[in-house]
Write a protein that binds this ligand. Structure first.
Ligand SMILES: NC(=O)c1ccc[n+]([C@@H]2O[C@H](COP(=O)([O-])OP(=O)(O)OC[C@H]3O[C@@H](n4cnc5c(N)ncnc54)[C@H](OP(=O)(O)O)[C@@H]3O)[C@@H](O)[C@H]2O)c1
Length: 245
């Protein structure tokens, strides 16, 4: 049997109130894990909570960029066997609009809050031996540099570089890896700025002829969390329907 299950593991999923994070939480629970979910929007976080399998899950509202709320989250966490870092924001910003304030906001969410969360987890000894950390980067940080995506891409590249150092520093006790998705159908990607024709043309340009679905990213996250991936450390797994070929 390939050890793909997560039975007996406790997994923290950030950004679980929407999109990829919600799908990761759901698939973790379906794979047997107890899941701690976190996000900012209480109504949507509750919807994810209601969809989870099992009765040992927990939800904690938290804006990860706020020190007080992050500390309250840490206080409520059990010992963890895995983390999926999905919280993130995107904003299309041409270079002339890249004010320091806007770049800070993107970096605070996509990079600094993850760095701080991991620091506190380590400091408070909340990671069990054998734990697996999965960070959600993006092909926008590795290979696909589209117009207006400079700040977002840079934040995802920073996340990826940080993950590699973390993978080296925390091995062999803890594994750290990144997923770099292409375009996935989530609220983050709902944009009124492009026409239906442009939307279709973008999908047609992808070798697999479509955007991804959140659960397709979640299946990879579950694999990386599982013991089937126990020799994978410091990897960046691209999952983009061939977009970057
Ligand atoms: N969708 C894509 O095409 C794509 C591609 C590559 C990478 N990614 C990455 O995948 C991750 C998930 O994206 P998604 O598409 O699922 O986006 P999404 O549907 O917009 O969900 C983003 C999640 O991040 C949470 N979040 C944002 N700011 C936060 C903060 N300050 N504190 C705590 N939580 C915060 C949101 O919480 P609330 O809604 O509760 O505020 C929400 O749960 C992101 O890191 C994104 O950059 C997405």
């Amino acid at each position: 049997m390939i050890p793909l299950g997560l039975e007996g593991k406790t997994i923290l999923v950030t950004g679980a109130s929407s999109g990829i994070g919600a799908a990761c939480a759901l698939e973790c629970s379906r794979s047997g894990a107890n899941v701690v979910i976190t996000g900012r929007n209480g109504e949507r976080l509750q919807q994810t909570m209601d969809a989870l399998d099992g009765n040992r899950n927990k939800q904690v509202l938290c804006d990860l960029t706020l020190e007080d709320e992050l500390n309250l989250l840490i206080d409520q966490l059990p010992k963890l066997d895995g983390i999926v870092l999905c919280a993130g924001i995107n904003q299309t910003l041409p270079l002339a609009f890249l004010s320091r304030k806007k770049v800070d906001k993107i970096f605070n969410t996509n990079f600094f809050s993850q760095v701080e969360l991991l620091r506190l987890l380590i400091k408070n000894k909340l990671l069990n031996e054998g734990a697996s950390i999965v960070a959600m980067s993006s092909i926008g940080g590795t290979a696909s540099f589209t117009l207006g995506a400079a700040a977002y891409g840079a934040s995802k590249a920073a996340l990826l570089s940080w993950m590699k150092s973390a993978a080296r520093e925390l091995a062999p006790k803890v594994r750290v890896n990144c997923i770099a998705p292409g375009q996935v159908n989530t609220p983050m990607n709902v944009s009124s700025n492009i026409t239906e024709e442009q939307y279709q043309a973008y999908q047609d340009s992808i070798p697999m002829k479509r955007f991804g679905e959140p659960e397709e990213i979640a299946y990879l996250a579950v694999f990386l969390l599982s013991d089937a991936a126990k020799w994978i450390a410091g990897s960046v797994m691209t999952i983009d329907g061939g977009t970057t070929l």
